[in-house]
Design a protein around this ligand. Structure first.
Ligand code: GLU
Length: 397
């Protein structure tokens, strides 16, 4: 029979994830035998802490291998609430927490349960690639707020100016992927207040929450007073915080009503994240000393890499990079290289790939033509090698 498959309209409007595509490209070149320096995907190069793996094995041994509630195990929901209480003094009811299969599904659940066709979604630019794709899937309109003029740090005035009667949701991400910039806590509160005045909901991707560099401190919107927090959904993830990208586990923290809607949706999709993974995460969050030590030692390494990598990038001809306050990305301004030789940042990325097998993500994927994103969730050896290769390709200042 002839195959008449065509994508549904909702999916046809979407683009495949460019971060995952860039990572795939690096993997393919490596498989072909090339010596590839992969600075594409934001994936911790650390192994998942041993004690978390052991809890997962314990879960399997105990037979925690069957369905759980669609919202996730009560114990996991409770432990997330306790963890946020311990770290931030937030008062969260376990009924406001739901488990999801990674931060992406948390975001997807939140957007799909709120948005109707034709709603406007405010997305600060540069943005993580998945944000506009999710709202596109929901047949909502992406309305971008350009943050170039404020050094890529969103402020309440920009949000206020962008809200219209059609605005339903603002999606924020601080520490930000791809820029590494952090919105100061008092500005975050002002942003939510401005949204609250107009009945606009806020979806905040906190997946880099614990990776901020001194003097910047982690700050979660979980601490907002109830009347403001009812408009906010936090999408959290174990992926980066505990180097657990492949385990696919995240969570939402939202009002009980919003949570119920998300759980209803999830009950017809993934049902819930893997049961023994939930078990391991609940155990890990309660094993606070080990958990906090694991995060602190990863952060220390990222801080060392950042301290070396960012100044080193600034020695490459045509590269300009500000110090990120959080996450693990260098967002490099390569507009100085554009002209006759390179028309776009994609050309610069391609040249780096062809000449030196250094794979990076083009800023255009994040709505920032003229920039490149380089992940420094990679060993110092890899980063040193990358900068050597860049010197060879573009020269040294
Ligand atoms: N969030 C990471 C990144 O931007 C992982 C890839 C993805 O999930 O898109 O590189």
């Amino acid at each position: 029979m002839a195959d008449h498959f065509t994508e549904s309209l909702n999916v046809a409007r979407m683009h495949a994830s460019s971060t995952m595509k860039a990572a795939q490209k690096a993997a393919e070149l490596r498989a072909q035998g090339h010596s590839v320096t992969d600075l594409t995907v934001g994936e911790p190069d650390f192994d998942t802490p041993k004690f978390i793996k052991e809890y997962a094995v314990e879960g399997i041994s105990k037979g925690i291998t069957k369905y759980t509630a669609s919202s996730g195990m009560p114990d996991l929901r409770q432990s997330v609430a306790e963890f946020y209480a311990m770290c931030f003094g937030a008062e969260i009811d376990p009924g406001q927490v739901a488990a999801a299969c990674g931060g992406k599904q948390a975001l997807f659940n939140a957007a799909c349960t709120l948005l109707n066709p034709g709603d406007d979604v405010l997305i600060p630019k540069p943005y993580w690639v998945t944000f506009p794709e999710i709202s596109t899937f929901c047949v909502a309109n992406n309305v971008f707020i350009d943050t170039m003029e404020t050094g890529f740090v969103l402020n309440a005035d920009q949000v206020k100016r962008s809200i219209t009667d059609r605005t339903k949701l603002l999606i924020i991400n601080s520490p930000n992927n791809p820029t590494g910039r952090v919105i100061p806590p008092d500005e975050m509160v002002k942003i939510v207040e401005v949204c609250a005045e107009r009945g606009v909901y806020v979806l905040t991707d906190e997946c880099y929450l614990f990776f901020t560099y001194k003097p910047t401190e982690p700050y979660s919107l979980a601490v907002l007073p109830k009347e403001l927090r009812d408009l906010v959904c936090i999408a959290g993830s174990f992926s980066k915080t505990f180097a657990m990208t492949g385990w696919r586990i995240g969570y939402t923290i939202a009002s009980e009503k919003w949570t119920k809607a998300m759980v209803k949706l999830q009950s017809h999709s993934a049902t819930h994240p893997t049961s023994f993974v939930q078990y391991a995460c609940a155990k890990a969050l309660r094993d606070t000393e080990k958990t906090l030590n694991a995060v602190a030692s990863m952060l220390e390494e990222y801080a060392e890499r950042r301290a070396w990598f960012i100044p080193a990038l600034n020695t490459v001809d045509g590269f300009k990079c500000a110090m990120p306050e959080g996450a693990f990305y260098a967002f490099v301004d390569v507009r100085g290289l554009l002209g006759d030789r390179f028309k776009t940042s994609a050309d610069v990325a391609e040249h780096l790939l062809n000449e030196a097998y250094v794979v990076v993500t083009d800023g255009a994927a994040f709505g920032a033509e003229g920039f490149l994103r380089l992940s420094y969730a990679a060993s110092m050896e890899t980063l040193r090698g990358a900068v050597d290769r860049m010197h060879r390709v573009f020269g040294k200042k």
